[in-house]
Write a protein that binds this ligand. Structure first.
Ligand SMILES: [Zn+2]
Ligand SMILES: [Zn+2]
Length: 272
C-alpha cells in the first residue's frame, strides 16, 4: 500500500468519525431502535437494488475507504456497501422485525423523518389545543354576548315600564292639581255662600224687627180707630179714620210682603 493511499484512507476515516460524532447528537434525541411503535412507519427499505449487490463494491459508499483495509458491510435499508465505522448502529427492520445494520446516511434520513413526524404531531396537538381553546373562547364570548342581549332587552322592557309609570304619575299629578283647583273653587263658593247666608240672616232678623215694630204700630192704629168710631167726634174724624185704615192696610201689605220676601231671597242667594 502506497503512502498517498494511506494518507487518503486516514482522511476518509476522519470523515467517518465526523459523521459518527453527528450521529451521537441524534442519539440524545432517541435511537430508532427504541421506537418500537414506529417500526415500519419511518424505517423502511429505500432501494430496489439487489440486497446482495453491496458485495461487489470496492469502497465504502460514505467514507470511500477501500474494503482492502476494512471489512465490507451492507446497510439493510439502502443495500449500499459501508464500512463498520459508517454503520455503528442497528435499527428495527420492517421486514425481518429484527435489529439490522443501518448506515449513517439512512440513520440520518430516518432520524430526520422521525423528528419531522414528531414535530408535526406536536404542532398538530398544539394547534388542536389552540383551536379548541379558541372555539371555547368563541363559545364563551357568544354566551356572554347572548347574556348581554338578554340584559339589554330586560333593561329596555324595564325602561319602558318605568316610562309608563312616570307617564301615569304625571297624569295623576295633573288630575290631582285639577281636583285641588276644583276644591279651591268649591271652598271659595262655600265661603261666599256663607257670607251670603249671614247677610241674609241679618237682613231677615232686621226685617223681623221691622215687622214686629209695624205690627205694634198697626195694633196702636187699630186701637185708635176703634176709639174714634165709638167717640163723639165721629163725623169730624171720619176722614182721618179712613186715612188710618188705608195706612193700616198698607202696613198689612208691607208686613205680608216682608214675611214672604226673605225666604225667596234666601233661596235665590244660596243657588247663585
Ligand atoms: Zn465508511
Ligand atoms: Zn444505508
Amino acid at each position: 500500500m502506497s503512502d498517498s493511499s494511506s494518507s487518503e484512507s486516514i482522511e476518509n476515516r476522519n470523515r467517518g468519525r465526523s459523521l459518527f460524532s453527528n450521529a451521537e447528537k441524534f442519539i440524545i434525541n432517541g435511537n430508532p431502535n427504541e421506537l418500537d411503535e414506529n417500526i415500519g412507519t419511518f424505517a423502511r427499505v429505500l432501494t430496489e437494488k439487489d440486497p446482495k449487490s453491496y458485495k461487489n463494491e470496492l469502497y465504502c459508499s460514505l467514507c470511500e475507504i477501500s474494503f482492502d483495509e476494512v471489512k465490507r458491510k451492507g446497510c439493510a435499508f439502502c443495500y449500499n456497501a459501508v464500512c463498520e465505522e459508517c454503520s455503528p448502529f442497528t435499527c428495527a427492520h420492517p421486514n425481518t422485525k429484527r435489529p439490522e445494520r443501518i448506515c449513517m446516511n439512512c440513520y440520518y434520513t430516518f432520524m430526520e423523518e422521525n423528528s419531522y413526524q414528531r414535530v408535526t404531531k406536536e404542532l398538530q396537538l398544539m394547534f388542536d389545543k389552540e383551536t379548541q381553546a379558541k372555539l371555547e373562547e368563541a363559545k364563551k364570548r357568544k354566551e356572554a354576548e347572548n347574556r348581554c342581549e338578554e340584559l339589554e332587552k330586560l333593561l329596555k322592557e324595564r325602561t319602558e315600564e318605568f316610562d309608563e309609570v312616570l307617564k301615569s304619575k304625571t297624569s295623576l299629578e295633573s288630575e290631582i292639581s285639577q281636583l285641588k283647583k276644583s276644591l279651591d273653587k268649591i271652598n271659595d263658593e262655600m265661603s261666599r255662600s256663607k257670607e251670603n247666608i249671614s247677610f241674609i240672616q241679618k237682613k231677615f232678623s232686621d226685617q223681623e224687627t221691622q215687622i214686629s215694630k209695624l205690627i205694634e204700630e198697626n195694633n196702636k192704629l187699630s186701637d185708635q180707630i176703634k176709639k174714634s168710631q165709638t167717640g163723639e167726634e165721629n163725623n169730624q174724624n171720619s176722614l182721618e179714620v179712613e186715612k188710618l185704615i188705608k195706612e193700616n192696610n198698607d202696613l198689612k201689605e208691607k208686613i205680608k210682603f216682608l214675611q214672604t220676601s226673605p225666604k225667596a231671597s234666601t233661596c235665590g242667594c244660596i243657588i247663585s
